[in-house]
Design a protein around this ligand. Structure first.
Ligand SMILES: [Cu+2]
Length: 338
């Protein structure tokens, strides 16, 4: 009787443990890592998780065994027999956890040290966060700025963060690390992307009304493709010192993250469709040029019905005059074509 009980119990325990382990290991809870750092962080995570699963299983098994086997009979009011501990057991259950916790500490320290090691040959990008858009400036590309982060694969990437207003947080799930951007200080983050592809960049710190729209992309390219892109882009930016390109201003400031504009290949729908600007100006009963300019420098002056207030960034009034003029002209011309 007792023996068969124990066997049933062991069977049930193994079944439950097997199901729990399968749910933990087989379901893709974590995105597959796309940076060397994320790969190492994943390793630490599973190292700790497997240790926890084993310890938990042993503790629960001992608990259930004791509950069944040493249960007092309903009519048994006597005190239990006096016990004085078990020195052998106590040594083991102190030694084993000490070793495991030390191992976890050592593995984590090694991973942290490796993840922080930037090396000599790295790409530096300045990341600016503002309500509610990201922008990326390349010191090695004549300080050219873009709204989408492009980086070469298998090369150290050092990001330095600046916030123009409140605390935001930079997160690419497949890269495995988050970094808060705190106004007044300039934290850095080291990443070595190791898979070509397109990954979401997400603001993961509630930063205001448009927080959910504060998203863009990280595009990891081959080194050759990246070099070609950087050369082309920075040439376009520097020639714009003489004749500022409105299209460059549009892309560099992340307008395409929220608006549709066919001429710039933008298709977002957080804000009004900028292909229809003449129509919106008529609706607002304002001359087109004035409407477009004020909408950019003072977004709350006129808020189009059906769209949220306080979502469009308030910071574009600080755009240099030549850039603002070029942007306004570009929008007017593109929307008239569209
Ligand atoms: Cu944010």
């Amino acid at each position: 009787m007792r023996r068969s009980q124990i066997l049933t119990l062991a069977g049930l325990g193994t079944l439950a443990g097997g199901i729990a382990a399968a749910v933990a290991v087989l379901l893709p809870w974590l995105p597959s890592p796309a940076s060397r750092e994320a790969g190492r962080i994943d390793f630490v995570f599973w190292f700790v998780t497997v240790i926890c699963i084993v310890i938990f299983a042993i503790v629960i098994a001992a608990l259930l065994y004791s509950i069944i086997n040493f249960r007092a009979a309903p009519d048994d009011d006597s005190d239990g027999p006096p016990t004085h501990g078990h020195t052998g057991l106590e040594i083991w259950w102190t030694l084993i956890p000490t070793l495991l916790v030390t191992a976890i500490g050592v593995v984590s320290a090694i991973v942290l040290a490796k993840d922080d090691r930037v090396g000599k040959n790295y790409l530096h990008v300045n990341v600016t966060a503002q309500q509610f858009a990201w922008s990326f400036t390349y010191p090695s590309g004549k300080n050219m700025t873009t709204g989408v982060l492009r980086v070469p694969v298998n090369k150290s990437l050092l990001l330095t963060f600046t916030s123009k207003d409140v605390i935001h947080s930079f997160w690419v799930p497949q890269w495995g690390q988050k970094q808060d951007t705190v106004p007044g200080i300039h934290p850095t983050l080291h990443i070595t992307p190791d898979k070509v592809g397109r990954y979401p960049i997400i603001c993961t710190e509630l930063c205001g009304l448009g927080h959910a729209t504060m998203r863009t992309w990280a595009i990891v390219m081959t080194q050759a493709a990246f070099d070609k892109w950087l050369k082309g882009q920075s040439a376009a930016t520097s020639s714009s010192n003489t004749a500022v390109s409105g299209k460059a201003v549009f892309t560099n400031n992340g307008c395409g993250a929220c608006h549709t504009l066919s001429a710039a290949g933008a298709t977002a729908k957080v804000g009004p469709d900028l292909d229809k600007l003449p129509q919106w100006a008529t609706q607002a009963k304002q001359p087109l040029q004035q409407f477009v300019q004020t909408s950019i420098t003072d977004p709350n002056a006129y808020v189009q019905p059906g769209f949220p207030k306080n979502v469009m960034p308030m910071t574009f009034k600080s755009l240099p005059k030549d850039q603002l003029d070029a942007l306004v002209q570009y929008l007017i011309q593109s929307s008239k074509k569209g």
